[in-house]
Ligand binder design. Structure first.
Ligand code: PMP
Length: 306
């Protein structure tokens, strides 16, 4: 891969892409302690904007705090860093925040609890000359054999590299068996979330999604709940027993990289046709309108100009 002509914000300075590296023996590589967040950049008439920029930056700070990291940046520094990164990297469509320990150590703990912070603004075309593969119109989900880590072991609110190991293993198996992603159950056996998406079920006209002691507070999830309430759709945040799939009218995933993604099956259980169903379809249309900057209420509320 050619090195992209991009700049990465590293502890306050913009450095060339190829210089933003860490040692193989760094604590974060060896122990999986890097925390991160990813946010989408869209172009609206007023210029580049980010859906939930403050919420993403706040969630990143929360992840770092739950991981006991000391950061030299606060929310305002992060927001300024994101703006500087986006301005230095025209055409970017994703911003990834990372906090990590570059220290080389054999101990499980780094001697210095102060983490480095990097902000990378880039796009898929920087990583590959081929266009990003088109997302299938509807997702086929396989229930993972492993359960989500209980909150008593690791809070679902920490976006930490090590927390995605089980997701990567389960997703590889799911993809090899013809599915697009996995659906994790929580330790009690209720439906939780996919590898990197929040999960919603529509049944009896009500939108249901798992509570935050079980799943990550997805920023897209928050925006979708907000839109649904405005559309007059009932929303229940509650544990989702697996039998709910059998009587569900619709299901969908939400996340930064896919927005709203209709689900057509969970294991062998097919969701009723058409997919997307009417609730999902109306939310997708409303979400698109919001992202284009044209929704008079939700665009200003959720899209923050960079
Ligand atoms: N759950 C998990 C475990 C995730 O990693 C993500 C992606 N950040 C999501 C849900 C969706 O969150 P968001 O809408 O903020 O992308």
């Amino acid at each position: 891969m050619a090195i992209p002509v991009r700049k990465i914000w590293l502890n306050g300075d913009l450095v060339p892409w190829g210089d933003a590296t860490v040692h193989i023996l760094s604590q974060s590589i060896q122990r999986g302690s890097l925390v991160f967040d990813v946010m989408p950049v869209v172009d609206i008439e007023a210029g580049p904007a980010i859906l939930g920029m403050r919420e993403h930056c706040q969630r990143f700070l929360n992840s770092a705090a739950l991981n006991q990291m000391v950061l030299d940046v606060d929310l305002d520094d992060l927001l300024a860093g994101v703006a500087a990164s986006v301005a230095a990297n025209p055409g970017c469509d994703l911003v990834k925040l990372s906090a990590y320990y570059p220290e080389v150590t054999v101990d499980v703990l780094p001697a210095d609890a102060t983490a480095s912070v990097a902000i990378a603004a880039f796009s898929h075309s920087d990583l590959s000359p081929d266009p990003a593969p088109a997302r299938p119109a509807a997702a086929r989900l396989q229930v993972a054999e492993t359960r989500k880590m209980p909150a008593s072991v690791l809070s679902p609110q920490v976006k930490i590299a090590a927390g995605y190991t089980a997701a990567a293993i389960a997703k590889r198996k799911a993809c090899a068996e013809g599915f697009h992603d996995v659906l994790f159950l929580d330790e009690r056996g209720d439906l939780a979330e996919s590898s990197t998406h929040s999960f919603f079920v529509v049944s009896g006209g009500v939108l249901r999604t798992a509570p935050l002691d079980i799943v990550l507070s997805g920023i897209t999830r928050l925006a979708v709940i907000d839109l649904a309430q405005d559309e007059g759709i009932g929303v229940k945040v509650e544990p989702l027993p697996p039998e709910l799939i059998e009587r569900a009218d619709e299901a969908f995933l939400t996340g930064t990289t896919t927005n709203i993604w209709p689900v057509e099956c969970v294991d062998a259980a097919e969701l009723p046709r058409p997919v997307p169903g009417p609730v999902c379809e109306s939310l997708m249309a409303r979400f698109e309108c919001m992202l284009s900057g044209e929704d008079p209420v939700f665009s200003p509320r959720w899209l923050q100009k960079v």
